[in-house]
Design a protein around this ligand. Structure first.
Ligand code: BGC
Length: 815
């Protein structure tokens, strides 16, 4: 195993769905699951292609109610490639031959999926097949397949079928199968020329027109092999069937180059024409591979994180970075898309966008902030809808939906199917208003890392102000305790959507939400300071924000209620009244108790009754803020803050969390980093294994967990370098005295790159040549200024911490 390759050395029907998700190839514009080219959607395979932002809505009657769902649409399958021997009916099917050798490899460095197979069919013919595939990272409208077929002990005539199939539906997630799923309407198909075909479809409600064009050619010894072609057409389907002679021992190359364009593309006349032009300009597979691999080289140069002797961990980290960059590549800068929680890798959560960006931004902010800026612009463009949502719910400002899709309306389902009981139950998850806090947090962290004042002035400040306004209108003054309450909401822990003794959904004063609100209100005030008097005046006039309103935000930020019990922060008010849960008993009874909510509902009980959390909730505070920042926040809120509160709260909730979300381990691993290193590392390892080992037993096949993927890489980067952003400075403080295993990474901060190398007791920081701006960074509490081309070495001294090896003239006093 190389640390650049995800390898599978056998073929396993049961694992195919998982491998398809993990071997997805994409370029930020679209992605296609790693299903075999010859496979059709069935219980084993699911060849899905998803377009960033390619949504459609359909209505279904469920449990007597008409419900509407918005899905990320499974687009026409462009992979379809198969062959059969002349005079035979059966197309190539790996399940119907004797497999003599099988090796599947996802090459992370070059972004290529390869399958190498040798097999013997019923007639005793032995064939070897090497399939390679890419989804082009340079031209996001292109993809290509190359099959190298070698007849080992036979010669004869074969027919290759190369198709574009628009008859697909969304059926990748079993529990959604009762919902309407036919999103595509065929518009037409035709042969463009002797080698190429084209298919056009349209989504039924969003009227997104999609065109695919495919050129299929056969080569022997580098020369085009003459073939006999037949066009096969059905509604929503078109194929070229090519027949040609194969001689024993001679390698045949079958190439399929595909162009994909949509009516949302810019600089086009019409998608069908555009697909045809794009295809005409595209070179052969080898040319496309070269330009594709070059772009990946550049991406890795910026984004790799090299662990010395990292082995499997190194490979998994790269796998996670790879999938992150395939979902939100630099191409999204020109698109209007958010980051779907499950990538463009499957249909779970219907491609919706949640708060998971909170876990994804830290990695991207510090490398390709152009992407995070684009993702924030997705939110900004939906401010109008968020304002409408707030207004309809009786609030002011902007209230972002828990689940977002095309236009930013609330896409959370009102009912969900509990597969354990077969019942459709009410889904109150839309009460997770904390998604607004995540949007605000991401705006501010983006600004801190980039100093992009133009973004803050024209987009960020407006987002912060409108979210602040929403919070201010949802906070109610509680005269008795002289504090503001935020009631009838849900925290990140989705197990608690209602008090067991109440009739209405929601809980009160979720500590995480309230602290985030306090922080967010302050940031809104601060943003208005940062953007300068003139812009502040303009913005306040446009949004009718008065000085009095701003001072109300300030007062609310100082008087929000935070509940406590038994020396810990309460997850929400009244949490202490819940029953303890019998963790051991249920573990013995069910084994896997990640999704206690489903198990208990199936038993006629409800998880709302218990002190049991699906995922980190209070602990999120210690994940997002340093102890010092949190101390300041509590101080500002007028609550005493003893550092013991952190360790006690961590200890308390650790024992009451099922980790039913992959995000949860990331948080717990981080909060334990300095308290319980072995357990923290164990959780990090579990987080790294989340998708590759499908730790939730079957969820990864429905789409990767992008928050956990990006979050685990961020954990390593943060954990090893001790990286924090505080007081306007990026601070590094690798945790010693244990020698560091060796790590190399590049970060971009305030527009400058810095290369960080850690090994043993040494740390080197190097700012590459180019650029004129001085970069300021801190090592622990001491700030240093770097000029372009400068390199500083630090050595860990057990008595005095990190010391500059040759201070020279570069050191400056701490800020
Ligand atoms: C988690 C949410 C998360 C969503 C999408 C859910 O299971 O509880 O926190 O946003 O998955 O990843």
């Amino acid at each position: 195993m190389s640390d650049w390759t995800l390898d599978y050395t056998d073929f396993d029907n049961a694992e195919e769905g998982l491998r398809e998700a993990l071997c997805t190839l994409g370029n930020g514009y679209f992605a296609t699951r790693g299903a075999a080219e010859e496979a059709k959607a069935d219980e084993i395979h699911y060849p899905g292609t998803y377009l960033a932002g390619g949504y459609n809505r359909l209505e279904t009657e469920i449990a007597g109610r008409e419900i509407e769902n918005e899905d990320l649409v499974n687009m026409p399958n462009w992979l379809c490639l198969s062959f059969r021997h002349e005079g035979e009916d059966e197309w190539f099917d790996l399940a119907a031959v004797e497999i003599l050798g099988y090796h599947q490899a996802l090459d992370l460095r070059n972004g290529v999926l390869q399958r190498k197979m040798r097999f013997r069919d019923r007639q005793g013919r032995e064939t070897s097949l090497v399939c390679q595939r890419l989804v082009h990272m340079q031209n996001p409208h292109l993809a290509a397949i190359q099959w190298q077929l070698t007849a080992e002990n036979w010669s004869g005539r074969i027919t290759v079928c190369s198709a574009l199939d628009g008859r697909v539906i969304n059926s990748g997630v079993a529990r959604y199968r009762e919902l309407a799923s036919t999103h595509l309407r065929p518009l037409g198909s035709e042969a463009i020329d002797d080698d190429s075909i084209r298919l056009r479809v349209e989504t039924s409600q969003s009227n997104l027109r999609v065109a695919q064009a495919a050129r299929t050619q056969v080569f022997e010894a580098g020369c085009l092999l003459p073939d006999q072609r037949r066009l096969e057409q059905q509604r929503g389907y078109i194929a070229h069937e090519l027949s040609f002679d194969v001689s024993q021992g001679r390698d045949i190359h079958i190439e399929k180059v595909v162009a994909l364009q949509t009516s949302r593309d810019r600089a086009i006349s019409e998608p069908g024409l555009a697909a045809m032009y794009t295809l005409a300009e595209a070179g052969r597979f080898a040319d496309l591979l070269a330009s594709h691999a070059q772009v990946w080289r550049h991406l890795w140069h910026r984004c790799d994180l090299i662990l010395k002797g990292g082995g499997r961990t190194q490979m998994i980290l790269r796998l996670h970075i790879f999938h992150l960059l395939q979902t939100v590549s630099p191409h999204v800068v020109d698109l209007d898309v958010g980051v779907p929680a499950r990538g463009l890798h499957g249909e779970a959560y219907r491609g919706h966008i949640f708060w998971d960006e909170l876990f994804i931004f830290p990695f991207l902010n510090l490398r390709i902030p152009e992407i995070t800026r684009a993702l924030l612009r997705y939110r900004y463009r939906r401010l109008g809808e968020a304002r409408r949502l707030a207004r309809e719910a009786g609030y002011r400002g902007a209230m972002y939906p828990w689940q977002s899709g095309s236009n930013g309306r609330e896409e959370s389902q009102m009912l969900h199917l509990n597969p354990k009981s077969g019942r459709w139950v009410a889904d109150n998850s839309h009460l997770q208003r904390h998604v607004n806090a995540a949007v605000a947090y991401n705006v501010w962290r983006y600004y801190e890392v980039t100093e992009d004042i133009e973004f803050l002035s024209y987009y960020g400040a407006e987002l912060l102000v409108e979210i602040a306004r929403f919070w201010a209108s949802s906070a109610q003054w509680n005269a008795q305790r002289k504090r503001y309450d935020i009631c009838r909401i849900m925290g990140p822990d989705e197990f608690h959507d209602q008090y067991p003794w109440a009739d209405e959904p929601g809980v009160d004063n979720n500590a995480y939400t309230n602290v985030m609100v306090s922080w967010g209100l302050r940031r809104a005030c601060e943003a208005l300071e940062h953007i300068g008097t003139e812009r502040r005046r303009e913005l306040c006039e446009t949004l009718s924000v008065s000085e009095q309103e701003i001072s109300t935000w300030d007062s609310i930020s100082r008087r929000l209620s935070i509940p406590f019990h038994d020396g810990v922060i309460s997850q929400f008010e009244g949490y202490e009244r819940l029953d303890e849960f019998d963790w051991k008993g249920y573990q013995e009874k069910y084994g896997d108790i990640h999704r206690l909510d489903r198990l208990l509902e199936a038993e006629g009980d409800t998880v709302n009754r218990y002190k049991a959390s699906k995922q980190a909730d209070v602990l999120m505070l210690f994940y997002l803020f340093s102890a010092q920042e949190l101390g300041d926040l509590f101080h500002q809120l007028g609550y005493p803050f003893d550092p013991e509160l952190i360790s006690q709260s961590i200890h308390y909730y650790r024992q009451r969390t099922s980790h039913g979300s992959t995000l949860s381990r990331i948080v717990e691993s981080w909060v334990l980093a300095r308290l319980d290193r072995p357990r923290s590392l164990q959780l990090l390892n579990e987080a790294l294994e989340s998708d590759i080992a499908d730790v939730q037993g079957g969820t990864t096949r429905e789409g990767i967990h992008l928050g956990a993927m990006a979050g685990s890489v961020d954990l390593v980067q943060r954990g090893e370098t001790g990286l924090v952003l505080r007081d306007g400075l990026l601070r590094l403080d690798p945790c010693l005295p244990e020698p560091l295993p060796g790590l190399q990474l590049r970060l971009r901060y305030h527009g400058r790159w810095v290369e960080i190398t850690l090994e043993g007791h040494r740390m080197t920081l190097c700012v590459p040549e180019g650029g004129t701006k001085t970069l300021r960074l801190a090592v622990r509490d001491r700030a240093y200024s770097f000029e372009a081309g400068q390199r500083l070495e630090f050595q860990w001294q057990s008595d005095s911490g990190w010391q500059l090896v040759d201070p020279g003239e570069t050191s400056s006093s701490p800020r």
